[in-house]
Design a protein around this ligand. Structure first.
Ligand SMILES: Nc1ncnc2c1ncn2[C@@H]1O[C@H](COP(=O)(O)OP(=O)(O)O)[C@@H](O)[C@H]1O
Ligand SMILES: [Mg+2]
Length: 275
């Protein structure tokens, strides 16, 4: 796998994935027989109410959680094998990055935001501090983040700023696929719009694949070309964003759309402004 060119095509192919947190045979599976392929050219949204299995699915797709059933392949190679060597782990972690909603626990309170963004660059790309700092500045600039803010500690910035830096930390290594798990869900609607715009333009400019996970349809429809709707651990509908939003086939998608239509005026304005 060494020898692949940076910026090259990457894909994660999940087949018949299942995850049960119970002992075999007891209780319902969190994810049940889901197959999905995402690539560096994808902009896929995974939407579904809380508890539908979205996080469990994407965490298996990026090697953070072991499936009970099924397989995940990265560029054609089975993930356990890829992750069993140091080189394989390094390549995978530099190409596939995961960003979660909770930014309070994911930053070391004793390190500045700059250090937080720089460390994975050094560790995964093998850069020295000086070169890595240049890369950090590039990343902050491409995300229109104020570089002076990077000298602060995580607790000294707002939740929205911290979330931007957690995205910067993932993008610093120039991943080929970014998986965002509810990254805007805890934020004000206006901040959501700004972050969605930031993500969308970055991924378009850098040719980076995106898997955007959210319980909300508006944000997902704004950012994704294709949408997968999950409920109770299975896919109930999938298609292009236009098809899913304009011509939903499943009653559950209809329900999610009703919530979309039920947004209050301020939220609709913010969603529209983000377009
Ligand atoms: N570590 C865990 N241990 C036990 N149950 C879990 C664990 N993680 C998730 N679950 C359960 O799996 C189901 C799906 O959860 P999750 O993937 O977090 O859904 P979503 O991200 O869509 O909200 C839920 O019923 C949840 O309680
Ligand atoms: Mg989740």
């Amino acid at each position: 796998m060494s020898g692949t060119v940076r910026g090259a095509y990457a894909e994660i192919d999940a087949r018949h994935l299942g995850k049960s947190f119970h002992r075999r045979g007891s209780g319902k599976a969190a994810v049940n027989d889901i197959s999905m392929k995402v690539t560096s050219a994808s902009a896929i949204g995974i939407v579904g109410e809380s508890g539908s299995g979205k996080s469990t699915l994407v965490r298996m797709m990026c090697g953070l959680l072991e499936p009970t059933d099924g397989t995940v392949a990265y560029n054609g190679a089975a993930l356990p094998g890829v992750l069993s060597t140091r080189g394989g782990r390094r390549e995978f972690r530099s190409r596939i990055q995961y960003v979660a909603q909770d930014t309070t626990s994911s930053f070391d309170p004793r390190r500045t935001l700059r250090d937080a963004v720089r460390l994975p660059v050094q560790r995964l790309l093998g850069m020295d501090t000086e070169t890595a700092n240049v890369r950090v500045d590039e990343t902050l600039a491409s995300l229109e983040l104020d570089p002076s803010m990077a000298d602060r500690y995580p607790a000294e910035v707002s939740g929205g700023q911290r979330q931007r830096f957690s995205i910067a930390r993932a993008l610093g290594v120039k991943p080929r696929i970014l998986l965002c798990d509810e990254v805007v869900s805890a934020l004000d609607v206006s901040v959501q719009g700004a972050i969605l715009n930031m993500l969308k333009s970055y991924c378009a400019a850098e040719d980076c694949g995106l898997v955007f996970v959210s319980h909300g349809l508006p944000a997902t429809a704004f950012i994704a070309d294709d949408i997968v709707v999950m409920r109770s651990g299975v896919i109930v509908e999938q298609g292009t964003t236009d098809d899913v939003v304009e011509r939903p086939q499943d009653p559950y998608t209809e329900q999610l759309l009703e919530a979309y239509r039920g947004l209050d005026e301020v939220e609709q304005l913010a969603v529209a402004a983000a377009r």
